[in-house]
Design a protein around this ligand. Structure first.
Ligand SMILES: [Zn+2]
Length: 85
């Protein structure tokens, strides 16, 4: 059993460790290294749920560009949340 493998960001292609979030004074691991990867997965799932039209294909292309930017980071905090909510 490798605890290290389990603590890698859930976004494919990302090798950063997950972020920790404080819940009731305890540091608990999240599923992604930061807001950017979590937002990315949320966007990708949204596209996966849509009809595969040419517009959606173009959005996938844009999303791959975002993935390239995320993959180029040397630190997960270089890019914060993708979505201002
Ligand atoms: Zn990540």
């Amino acid at each position: 059993m490798s605890a290290t493998e389990d603590n890698i960001c859930a976004r494919g292609g990302c090798h950063f460790h997950v972020a920790l979030v404080l819940v009731a004074g305890m540091a608990l691991p999240t599923t992604h290294c930061g807001d950017a990867c979590a937002d990315y997965e949320w966007l990708r799932r949204g596209l996966d749920a849509m009809e595969p039209t040419p517009d959606v294909a173009a959005l996938y292309t844009n999303l791959r560009g975002v993935a390239d930017i995320l993959d180029a980071r040397t630190d997960p905090t270089e890019i914060g949340a993708l979505i201002d909510a």
